[in-house]
Write a protein that binds this ligand. Structure first.
Ligand code: AMP
Ligand code: ZN
Length: 480
């Protein structure tokens, strides 16, 4: 697989360092509110990336953290009157629920920043020892940016600007793109942080956000790993600072590849609460749209291009034309799949594990290959529809239909698209709430989270429905 690398500004071949497993880290959500559809553009495309690797035969190890201690989580938990843990646990659970709805594979590991404070303290001590950090009079510790020669390589900061700017120090986790400053590794305890402080050799306080990812990457992926990813806003300062921290400690290249995802725009502008264009999965569900329809929209543009989510029509009414278009596209796919299924004589959808062994995708091979070439999701979708037009289902033998169907489902699995039930199937009769629970259970099973799958089965049962597993999928029937 080939992918654009922000560090070299080139599309480069991906290869695991150890020759076996591709090990990568994605900066996870800050759990202080519901993730919005922009955040999910990033998480969904990272998921398509992982699926495309796995379906091309490459084993993966995916680590995605939870940012559950930082300026924002502390500020908003204080305002809500809940403890940091109660507050972030709530938003973590909501995030997981949304991820399941969107058919995201669960990361193999999901470390929490607040559970790794000793690792962060150890890293600060090492940075001070090596001359890359210093304690200030108030008991905070700052990274000395001028001490790290490679600072600015990822974001291509002008070296002159760097030297001039490097005199100041900032305490906030997030700061301006133009202000290159010494940044906080450890923040001395302040009254407004309430009970959220920990003991350290420099006094009571809490870690800075940038350090958290460096410490968790090192713990679970070692000094060097295959790829690091996040939204494009993380290039500077977050990832630049991660490199400075990690490489100054270890003396090794942190990540071989940097994968950044361009932002989602809404109706041509930035998403913000004040503009009233801030959408969550929940809001779209209330407007009658399925998670699969949102996922389809999110993958409809290349990850290096901004994607404009069209929510309003020309008259300014919130009609979600983009999601309506996705609905039609998914229905066309489902109809074609149903025709292939009928021709092959096997209604069951091939499971992910069976698709991992497909080597040749027939009419859908070139669509799959688009994903191998810099994760070109719009080209892949285009090629799927071209193939659908070209394949004459009635002319296929049952074996040919079965084999074309494997090819189709391999590319759909890489895109993570679940097809809607076609009319007449039993699942179509279940209320949306039950269908959503059944979908979440399917995702939990796919992620081998058996306790969660059992819990969802019980929840469905308590609501008067029974979920019956078929060879691949499931059927929903009202309980007698
Ligand atoms: P956060 O929860 O703010 O830490 O962000 C989680 C992920 O979403 C990060 O990788 C961000 O870079 C990414 N992100 C934030 N806003 C957007 C957006 N509008 N479009 C795409 N990705 C975004
Ligand atoms: Zn990070």
């Amino acid at each position: 697989m080939r992918l654009f690398d922000t560090m070299t500004r080139e599309v480069r071949e991906l290869a695991p360092r150890d020759g076996k497993t591709f090990r990568f880290y994605c900066c996870g959500p800050t759990v202080y509110g519901p993730a919005h559809i922009g955040n999910f553009r990033t998480f969904v495309l990272q998921d398509v990336f992982r699926r495309s690797l796995e379906l091309s035969g490459q084993a993966t190890f995916h680590v995605r953290n939870l940012t559950d201690v930082d300026d924002k989580t502390i500020r908003d938990s204080q305002a809500s009157g809940r403890t940091l843990k109660e507050f972030t646990d709530h938003w973590r659970d909501r995030f997981h629920h949304d991820c399941d709805q969107l058919n995201l594979l669960r990361p193999h590991l999901e470390p929490s920043a607040v559970e790794h404070i000793p690792h962060q303290i150890a890293m600060i001590a090492e940075l001070i020892e090596k001359g890359h950090a210093y304690a200030s009079a108030d008991g905070s510790v700052y990274y000395r940016v001028a001490s790290f020669e490679g600072y600015g390589r990822l974001s291509r900061l002008d070296q002159r600007e760097l030297k001039e700017g490097a005199s100041g120090a900032v305490a906030d986790d997030e700061y301006d793109k133009d202000s290159v400053s010494d940044f906080a590794l450890w923040k001395a305890r302040r009254d407004e942080d309430g009970d959220n402080w920990w003991d350290s050799p420099w006094g009571q306080g809490r870690p800075g956000w940038h350090l958290e990812c460096s410490a968790m990457c090192r713990e679970y992926l070692g000094d060097s790993f295959d790829l690091h990813s996040g939204g494009v806003d993380l290039v500077f300062p977050h990832h630049e600072n991660e490199i400075a921290q990690s490489e100054a400690c270890t003396g090794h290249v942190m990540a071989d590849h940097w994968f950044h995802l361009t932002h989602l725009l809404v109706d041509g502008g930035k998403m913000s609460k004040s503009l009233g264009n801030f959408y969550t999965l929940d809001q779209l569900a209330k407007a009658g749209f399925s998670p699969a329809e949102l996922r389809y929209v999110l993958i409809s543009a290349h990850y290096r291009q901004p994607l404009n989510f069209v929510a309003k029509d020309a008259d300014g009414n919130e009609t979600f034309p983009a999601l309506l278009g996705a609905r039609q596209a998914l229905q066309r796919l489902a109809k074609f799949d149903a025709a292939l299924a009928a021709r092959s004589g096997d209604p069951d959808i091939p499971p992910y594990e069976a698709l991992l062994t497909v080597k040749e995708g027939g009419s859908f091979q070139s669509a799959f290959e688009s994903l191998q070439n810099d994760l070109n999701t719009p080209e892949a979708l285009g090629r799927v529809f071209t193939a659908i037009k070209a394949v004459k289902v009635d002319a296929l033998s049952p074996d040919e239909a079965a084999s074309e169907r494997m090819g189709l489902h391999r590319v759909l699995a890489a895109l993570g698209l679940l097809l809607p039930a076609t009319a007449g199937e039993e699942t179509a009769e279940a209320p949306a709430e039950i269908a959503a629970l059944a979908e979440a259970r399917r995702a939990a099973k796919a992620a081998k989270d058996w306790p969660e799958a059992d819990r969802l089965r019980n929840e469905i049962s308590a609501l008067g429905w029974e979920v019956k597993d078929t060879k691949e999928g499931y059927e929903l029937c009202p309980k007698n």
